[in-house]
Design a protein around this ligand. Sequence first.
Ligand code: SAM
Ligand code: SF4
Length: 350
Amino acid sequence: MAPHNGTSTLELDRLSGAPRPLIDPFARAITYLRVSVTDRCDFRCVYCMSEHMSFLPKAELLSLEELDRLCSAFVAKGVNKLRLTGGEPLVRRGIMTLVSSLSRHLKSGALQELTLTTNGSLLEKYAAELKGHGVERINVSLDTLDPDKFRAITRWGDLDKVLAGIDAAQAAGLKIKINAVALKGVNEDELAGLVEWAHGRGMDLTVIEVMPLGDVGETRLDQYLPLSMVRSRLSERFTLNDIDYQTGGPARYVRVKETGGRLGFITPLTHNFCESCNRVRITCTGTLYMCLGQEDAADLRGPLRASESDDLVHAAIDEAITRKPRGHDFIIDRRRHGPAVSRHMSVTGG
Ligand code: SAM
Ligand code: SF4
């Protein structure tokens, strides 16, 4: 990291004795950690995975205790928002043990939010428990309300189970944001209906541009629908008023006048949002990715296992943050429709 006034940040750290907050080379404070707790999933969404995925041997995964230790090391360094993701986080055996133990950081006030992103298939089983552990809001991914289309997009998913999960989550008092990936020729005609449905149930909706992550067995050009087009089509049906609402994520929000609900747009391709990036991601094997769209990474499993003290992990995190890049450079066009990075979204989590 660049020295300040001739004193290195390591020296400053040593002098103050306090855990140094994570500040990257572009002066962005890193306060948000996303943790992919498993690379496995009970769906095979066409934009996320190929049909025949090979997954990591279970022996390579961090244990739940190790995941807890790693998350807690980030919390000690000023991370105040933690999102569990995957793969499908709720298929990880014992996941509620991890949620329960991480909830101590909510109780201590170190964490402002503990949340997760899920495909909803197991929410019916876990919603009440999540709420009991202090989870207040969750993201549920749902791209269509048509059962056949849902099966086609997810390959293995059952829409009824997801809808039952959403019912259970709302009954448990969880706030839900629906995430829908805009897919050319697949759900583009349905997005207005999704807005009405989500807002009618008191849920926010965020639409996401498909990102070129990993080989999914089809060209991204066939999937990619720029959200500029989605927005202009939705504007024919609704009045969209820009609002300042921020969730700490990259979505830009509008209020839909006719429904009264919030609609977010996540546009990694048409409008890059990296300048305000406050997040990093760890995989279930303890690899830290400083950017979703770049290959550079740092191994945290080695330092984690090398010593019972967290000093090595802290040092490895500090060093990695000095390498956080300015941003991604996703492009999907006629010439460039291959993956920007080789790993799938399920490795680093959404
Ligand atoms: N399984 C959980 C789920 O589906 O919500 C969590 C993991 S999933 C990788 C997280 C989010 O990433 C989902 O909302 C999914 O739609 C989105 N996603 C996956 N692959 C994507 C891609 N190539 N481009 C954009 N979004 C993607
Ligand atoms: Fe599984 Fe989520 Fe990827 Fe779909 S988007 S395959 S549900 S990890």
